[in-house]
Design a protein around this ligand. Sequence first.
Ligand SMILES: [Zn+2]
Length: 238
Amino acid sequence: MRLPPSTLPSLHWLQQHTAGLLRLLYPPQCLGCGASVSEAHVPLCAPCVRRLERPDPEAVLAHVRQLPGGEPVASAQALWAFDTGGVVQRVQHSLKYGNRPAQGRTLGRWMRHLFPAAHTGERLVVPIPLHRTRQLERGYNQSALLAEGLADALGASYQEALQRTRATASQTRLSRKQRQANVADAFAARSPQTLTGATIYLIDDVLTTGATLTAAAAALHTAEVAAVHVATLAFARS
Ligand SMILES: [Zn+2]
């Protein structure tokens, strides 16, 4: 049977309604508990967020400063304590491998609570860069998504102020000492003259030993920045 043309949905109609239909068929879900959430860019429902633990900033900073070379870090904070097998690990995994950039930026916006409006002057939000090869493989840098969202929420500038000078091995199986050696001199400041005097918010997804962040902070200090404050989504005490 042939339907008269007027009863067939037009391409325009389909385009207009596909997003709505998809939301009906696959409502966006909380990564923590599976409850439906209002928008696809929201990774967790409000009750799940309320249950997560905020690490004590003093403890995070003390942890980073245990590292030789950790002194140039002015403050260190994380939004949530890492929970192996738990909600934060699921969120972090999705951020790193799930290719959902809008969710990554939302997480970055949530990190604004780590920064009271105490810092004045030029504030630059800087992501830890991935090595070019790794970024090409994955297609995006999860720390850059966080930094973009945070910069947007704070009304600060986003700047890719660091580059990797060499590829580094995955840190996962390395000891604290090996991690430090692995990332030593792995970063350099890009256009250092644009960084002089700026307050830097240095952003990564997970803080473990702090070796990556302190190596990156040292590179930023060669550009005579005013201070480097580090913040991550999760703190996995090592
Ligand atoms: Zn939930």
